[in-house]
Write a protein that binds this ligand. Structure first.
Ligand SMILES: [Zn+2]
Length: 86
């Protein structure tokens, strides 16, 4: 079990209390970190995760790699992005 620690208080990281912002529209959305593991790697510092709406738009417009694409927000060398399949 992992947790964040802020001013002595523990906040446990669970399946329903982790959020990120979509790199395309900026919308805050919940993330299950289990879904963010790509090829056995969880890159919390370089991974961007699109919201469901932007994931659908990106899939509809057709991309060379529908689920994982190069990103450039924080770290160009390691940044990646992820889209929901649903
Ligand atoms: Zn979005």
């Amino acid at each position: 079990m992992f947790y964040l620690k802020h001013k002595g208080k523990k906040l446990y990281i669970e399946s329903d209390n982790v959020y990120t912002t979509c790199p395309q529209c900026g919308k805050e959305h919940a993330v299950d970190l289990n879904d963010a593991i790509i090829d056995g790697v969880l890159d919390l510092y370089g991974l961007d995760i699109f919201c469901t709406e932007c994931s659908a738009k990106r899939r509809a417009s057709g991309g060379s790699s529908p689920q994982v694409a190069a990103g450039c927000r924080n770290s160009p060398q390691t940044a990646a992005s992820w889209e929901y399949d649903a």
